[in-house]
Write a protein that binds this ligand. Sequence first.
Ligand SMILES: Cc1ncc(COP(=O)(O)O)c(C=O)c1O
Length: 414
Amino acid sequence: MSSDPLEVLHFSAPALLEAAEQFGTPCYVTALAELDRRAAALRRAFPDPWIRQYSLKANPLPALVERLAKDGMGANVVSAGEWAAAAQAGLPNRLISFEGIGKTDAELRAAVAAAAVGEPLRWVTVESGSEMRVLEEAARSARLGESEHFLDVLLRLNPAVTPETRSEFQVGSKTSKFGMPEPELRELVQASVSRPSGLRVRGIHIHVGSQLMGTQAWAEGALKACQLLAEMSHLSGDLDTVDVGGGFPSTESPSPTDFRESLDQHLDEAHVALPRWVAIEPGRYLVASAGWLVTRVLHVRERPSLPQVVIDASMSELIRPALYGAIHPLFALTTAAGLPVATEVEGAVCESTDTFGIHDLPPLRRGDLLVLATTGAYASSMFSSYNGRPRPPEVLLQPDNTLTLARPRTPFAP
Ligand SMILES: Cc1ncc(COP(=O)(O)O)c(C=O)c1O
């Protein structure tokens, strides 16, 4: 089956109606068969020895992480909370990498402590010289250098490319807050090599951006990382890893295979080889198209311009439209008879930016069920309890079309 939401809806509508009936609305539903299909496509494009890691920030629900682990995905986390979610899903530290711009001293110390007891994370990605100093200090305090254990480290490069995506997602551009410029990264490698501390600098990490609609900037960024690693290889025999990040779009095109082919072409033209270990860490590609947000109509109003409906989902459950004007396809699961008309769809919280845009919808009544599509990524993971809203239940649509509850509705905690 394709990922076209309308086509998938045709098969999933009975299960989505059933989810609303059993678990109430709003309610997140994730189709596991779609997760498996996406993971298989990634494995075909980036087979072993490529390291495939799922970026939990897209959706850290342990049941999904566990499923993706069965599909051959490790985990990429950005906080102690996500690390705990990956552990809850059954992943050992050796399959979990830790990156992120907001790592605290306590989190860095926890990474060192895990290494000191012989359970190191796959690696920690360092964002700056000051973060490296905290990590080194923690390693020294834990006497990591005097033990037989190591903590592997990647350094995040700002690849200074122009990713083919909306400006909010261009994290690999020169002016973004993420990563280090090349000269700073080189200095850090040199300094770390001359100050052994139990940290082992293994290579370079990049992430050029999300929802990439072209492969060029991603491949250019990956090439830069591979070239820089090769240039620095005389400094240390440990330099053997590049993590090229995530960014594959939720759409079918460009596909993971398109990205891989573009990278191979860039490497060939520049006569550069891949290092021994290469990793990807996609989020959205794996989970976005698998997710649905089932919602109910609260108000139906005639407005001078267009009919308007207010639904019981909001920017609390799906902030992407309010945050960056994302439009999610929306379909009616139940309706009155009549032809579709352009209808304004508004959310349930007290913000006028809480709107889901204009959609062609048949006549609706209070209580009718609608579904927002492609909500598997950056929806429940960005949930906010604004207006005292409960966290919606997380329901799994199993490949045999049965429903299971992965997390119940959680009331607002005052
Ligand atoms: C460093 C890093 N890696 C991976 C990802 C996952 O991105 P995507 O969901 O677009 O694949 C992100 C997203 O922000 C990121 O910042």
